[in-house]
Design a protein around this ligand. Structure first.
Ligand code: ZN
Length: 464
C-alpha cells in the first residue's frame, strides 16, 4: 500500500500564532526508504510499512472484537469487579501520546530510545536526517526531549536547540521530517470538514487532508470507531490542524488540534491538550480521555484460533480443561505488544505455557502472554512498558501444536474473556489543569462548529 502525497490545502481562515523564535535553518525530508526495511523479528509484511501500521493496529483490534467469542464470564461478581476497575481507572498509568524525557548524565539517544521500546533502527533513521538533528548525538544532562511513540516507531520528537530555536521531527507521509522552528515560522490553524461517500482515505483526501493526518484522525477515534466496518455514507468529519509556514511558503502540516467524527448520528469530539509538564493527549471536550487503558489485541494481523472457553477439550491433553485466555495464530517471530502500560511482573518459563511474560497494570489488572519464541531484548522483571510496546515474539514454546500467542486478562486474579472484557479509559484531564483545558476546549469546539457550518452550507442538500 503506497499513497501519493497530496499537499494540504492553504488555510481557509488562518489564525496566526507567532512563535517566539528566529530563523529557519533547514527542512530535511527522507525518501522514506529507510523506514521500509523489515524490522527485527517482524514476520508480518504490513509491519514494515511506515504509514499504515498504526491504523492497522486499530483496524485489526476492532475487527477482531466483532469475532464471536464463545465461553462464559464465570463468577457472578464479574460486573462488580469491572465497575471497581473502571472506578479505579484513575490509578491506571496514563497512556500518553507524548512522553517527556529528562536526559540523565551519560545517557545517549539510543539508551533513551531503548528504554521507550523503540525499534533498534529508529536512532539510525532519525540521525540520517542530518542537519540540526546531529545535535541529538551529543545530549547534555538536563536536556528535555518530547517524544511520541506508536508501537515501536518514532512518530515525533521535539528538542530545544537553544533559547530561540526548536528542533521538531515528525513522521510525515514519506518518513521522518525535521524542521528547525524559529520566529520566521508561523503556525496557521485551519479547519476542514468532509462527508464519507467512499472511505475515510478517499474522502479525507477530497477534504485536502494529507495521508498522515487521515491516519492520525483514525488513530484518535480508533478506540471508539471501527473504521473498517462502522463507516456509513453520510458520516461526517471535521478537523482543526496546524500548518507551518515561512512567509507564504507552506513547510508542512503540524498536529491535529481538534477533531470531530459523526458516525451513524453519534458525534465524537476530540481536543488535543498538553499539560505544563509536556504530556499531550486527546480528550473529549469534557476532559475524558479518548484512549483506553488497554488495546484489545496484542498481535496485529492475527486470527483467533481458540477463544476463551471455560469448558474446552484440550488439543494435546484431550481432556476438558478451561481455556482461560484467547489464542491468536500468527507466524513465529510476530511481535507481541503489551496491551496496556505497566510493569513486567514475570519473565521466564512456566511449564505448559513455555516462555511467558506477565505485566501488572494497576487496579488489580494483570495480563499474560505465553508460548513466546523469545523475549524482547532489554526487558526484564520490573521493566516499565508502554501500551503497544513490543515485549516478545510469537512462538510455540511449552505445550503448543503450532505457533500462537496465548493471551490472558486477569482482574484481581480472576480470568476474564480478553475479547469482551470492558476496557477502562485512560486518565482524564488532571483536575489541576481543568480550567485551562476548558478554555482551550471551548475555542476548539467553536472552530469545529465553523467547519461543520461551512460543510453544511456547501452540501447540495442545502442548495435547493
Ligand atoms: Zn491458549
Amino acid at each position: 500500500m503506497k499513497f501519493d502525497y497530496i499537499p494540504g490545502a492553504s488555510p481557509a481562515r488562518p489564525q496566526r500564532r507567532r512563535l517566539g523564535l528566529v530563523a529557519v535553518l533547514g527542512l530535511s525530508v527522507t525518501a522514506g526508504l529507510i523506514q521500509l526495511g523489515v524490522r527485527e523479528g517482524s514476520a508480518v509484511a504490513g509491519n514494515s510499512q511506515p504509514d499504515s501500521s498504526g491504523l492497522h493496529q486499530n483496524l485489526a483490534a476492532s475487527a477482531l472484537e466483532t469475532n464471536s467469542a464463545a465461553g462464559g464470564q464465570g463468577g457472578a461478581d464479574f460486573d462488580g469487579i469491572i465497575q471497581t476497575a473502571v472506578k479505579d481507572a484513575l490509578t491506571v498509568p496514563e497512556a500518553s501520546q507524548w512522553t517527556t524525557v529528562s536526559v540523565k548524565s551519560g545517557q545517549s539517544l539510543s539508551v533513551i530510545f531503548d528504554a521507550l521500546g523503540l525499534a533498534h533502527d529508529e536512532v539510525f533513521s532519525l540521525l540520517s536526517l542530518g542537519g540540526e538533528v546531529q545535535r541529538l548525538k551529543k545530549l547534555n544532562a538536563g536536556d528535555e526531549l518530547h517524544i511520541r511513540v506508536a508501537d515501536d516507531r518514532l512518530e515525533g520528537l521535539t528538542y530545544a536547540l537553544d533559547e530561540r530555536r526548536t528542533l521538531e521531527v515528525r513522521r510525515g507521509d514519506h518518513g521522518l521530517e525535521a524542521v528547525t522552528l524559529t520566529a520566521e515560522i508561523e503556525r496557521h490553524s485551519t479547519e476542514v470538514a468532509g462527508e464519507i461517500r467512499d472511505s475515510l482515505f478517499l474522502d479525507g483526501r477530497r477534504a485536502k487532508l494529507s495521508d498522515r493526518l487521515i491516519m492520525e484522525l483514525a488513530d484518535i477515534f480508533g478506540y471508539d470507531i471501527d473504521f473498517a466496518q462502522d463507516l456509513h455514507p453520510g458520516d461526517r468529519f471535521a478537523v482543526v490542524y496546524d500548518q507551518l509556514y515561512k512567509g507564504n511558503k507552506k513547510l508542512r502540516d503540524g498536529d491535529i488540534l481538534a477533531a470531530e467524527f459523526t458516525n451513524q448520528g453519534r458525534k465524537l469530539r476530540a481536543v488535543r491538550f498538553t499539560t505544563p509538564d509536556g504530556n499531550t493527549a486527546y480528550y473529549t471536550p469534557q476532559g475524558q480521555s479518548l484512549r483506553k487503558a488497554f488495546i484489545r489485541t496484542p498481535v496485529d494481523f492475527a486470527r483467533i484460533s481458540s477463544p476463551f472457553n471455560l469448558r474446552r477439550l484440550h488439543p494435546i491433553l484431550h481432556t476438558i480443561r478451561a481455556h482461560k485466555g484467547t489464542d491468536y495464530a500468527a507466524g513465529t517471530g510476530t511481535p507481541i505488544k503489551a496491551t496496556g502500560d505497566g510493569k513486567i511482573s514475570f519473565q521466564g518459563k512456566k511449564s505448559g505455557y513455555g516462555n511467558v511474560v506477565m505485566i501488572k497494570h494497576g487496579s488489580g489488572v494483570e495480563t499474560l502472554y505465553a508460548h513466546m519464541s523469545r523475549f524482547r531484548s532489554g526487558l526484564s522483571v520490573g521493566s516499565r512498558v508502554r501500551q503497544g510496546q513490543v515485549i516478545g515474539y510469537v512462538g510455540n514454546s511449552g505445550l503448543a501444536t503450532a505457533p500462537h500467542l496465548h493471551y490472558e486478562f486477569r482482574i484481581d486474579g480472576i480470568h476474564k474473556n480478553p475479547m469482551t472484557v470492558p476496557l477502562p479509559r485512560a486518565n482524564p484531564v488532571d483536575p489541576r489543569y481543568m480550567a485551562r483545558f476548558r478554555t482551550d476546549s471551548a475555542t476548539m469546539v467553536a472552530a469545529l462548529e465553523r467547519a461543520d457550518t461551512r460543510l453544511a452550507s456547501a452540501s447540495p442538500a442545502n442548495k435547493k
